[in-house]
Design a protein around this ligand. Structure first.
Ligand SMILES: [Zn+2]
Length: 72
């Protein structure tokens, strides 16, 4: 079963999706780094869910933190 992970490069901070389980090659700086639990921000078996998370992260939305000031 393929799991999509949202990861952050330890060198440049670039955010990307990967299905790798051991090492990731950063699209931002080209570094190949080994995947550790700490560097996985999110994982899902659903590509759309993972992609949406990544997009929101890139837009600067804080995920997992409730914004008390933000109400409809
Ligand atoms: Zn990088």
């Amino acid at each position: 079963m393929r799991v999509y992970k949202v990861v952050r490069c330890p060198r440049c901070g670039f955010l990307q999706l990967t299905t790798a389980s051991r090492s990731v090659r950063c699209f931002g700086c080209g570094l190949s780094w080994s995947l550790e639990p700490d560097s996985i921000l999110f994982s899902s078996k659903d590509l759309e869910v993972a992609r949406n998370f990544l997009l929101r992260l890139k837009r600067g939305e804080s995920i997992g933190f409730k914004k008390a000031s933000e109400a409809d």
